[in-house]
Design a protein around this ligand. Structure first.
Ligand code: HPA
Length: 268
């Protein structure tokens, strides 16, 4: 464990947050209200915790909400940091490693995303089955040992995916599976980029999550990732994404994300 993580754990302990936790959860843009699911929450601003990101994106809180959902102990990050804020693709490395040090094996990531499929309209939930990262950016660049050669087959863990699909069915929610292409942002994609992305096989686009998945897989965490579709990709079906739209639609659709996770944790 690096000193930074020991320090982070010591701060968390001062606030009464100690492992083991069962699940880590990261909430994306506009999805902060999902934290209402957490019972007996202990809340700490990231600013208090060494190695945790400082919040800069509207639509994101920047705090840990730790507690229980059903019978599971969860460590929720209400808001994340993105590559485009700092130019550091490994900005989420220490929070993810701190979660692993707290005993977490399963990490559920959420985000707001653009959809490239007409029948997955704004307001839909989609489960990420795989991703495309052709950005040339990788959070492992600079890690100079063999842990950098991370296999990415089944990076989105099939068993967790199956359980989320079951939970959606049980809750009466529609949940498609999608392929998420990471764009580093912070400008949205051009219509030409979206057409290219679609030809490559992507069904979702977004500016987060992928670096976190890579960092989490490097240390053996099981990952699932859920997208709240906030818009169609630029130029598709009238799509003209903006951050305002992302925040508004994610907040409206956040209730569905909350229902899905509540159902998931009934059986977790
Ligand atoms: N592109 C990139 N990121 C996004 C989008 C989008 O269309 N919607 C929400 N986040």
């Amino acid at each position: 464990m690096t000193p930074r993580i020991e320090e982070a754990l010591a701060t968390l302990k001062e606030y009464g947050i100690e492992g083991p936790f069962d699940y880590g959860i990261v909430l994306g843009t506009g999805l902060g209200p999902v934290a209402d699911l957490v019972q007996n929450p202990v809340i700490i601003p990231y600013a208090q915790i060494v190695g945790f990101p400082k919040g800069h994106v509207s639509g994101h809180s920047a705090r840990v909400v730790a507690g229980t959902i059903g019978t599971s102990r969860v460590f929720m990050m209400q808001g994340r940091a993105h590559y485009y804020e700092h130019g550091d693709p490994a900005i989420m490395r220490y929070p993810i490693e701190a979660m692993a040090a707290l005993g977490i094996k399963n990490l559920i990531l959420t985000n707001a995303a653009g959809s490239l499929l007409e029948d997955v309209p704004p307001g839909s939930l989609s489960l990420i089955a795989d991703h495309i990262n052709l950005s040339g950016i990788n959070p492992l660049i600079g890690i100079n040992d063999d842990s950098r050669f991370v296999p990415m087959v089944d990076a989105y863990e099939p068993h967790l995916r199956a359980r989320l699909i079951d939970a959606a069915r049980e809750a009466g929610l529609s949940l498609t599976e999608g392929i998420y292409q990471w764009f580093p942002g912070s400008s949205f994609e051009t219509p030409a980029e979206i057409r290219a992305s679609k030809m490559l096989g992507a069904t979702l686009v977004g500016m987060s999550t992928v670096p976190e998945v890579i960092l989490a897989r490097r240390i053996g965490l099981y990952v699932a990732a859920l997208s709240m579709v906030t818009n169609y990709g630029a130029g598709l079906f009238g799509g003209a994404p903006s951050h305002t739209e992302t925040k508004t639609v994610a907040a409206e659709g956040g209730m569905r994300m909350k229902t899905l996770l509540a159902q998931f944790f009934k059986k977790a």
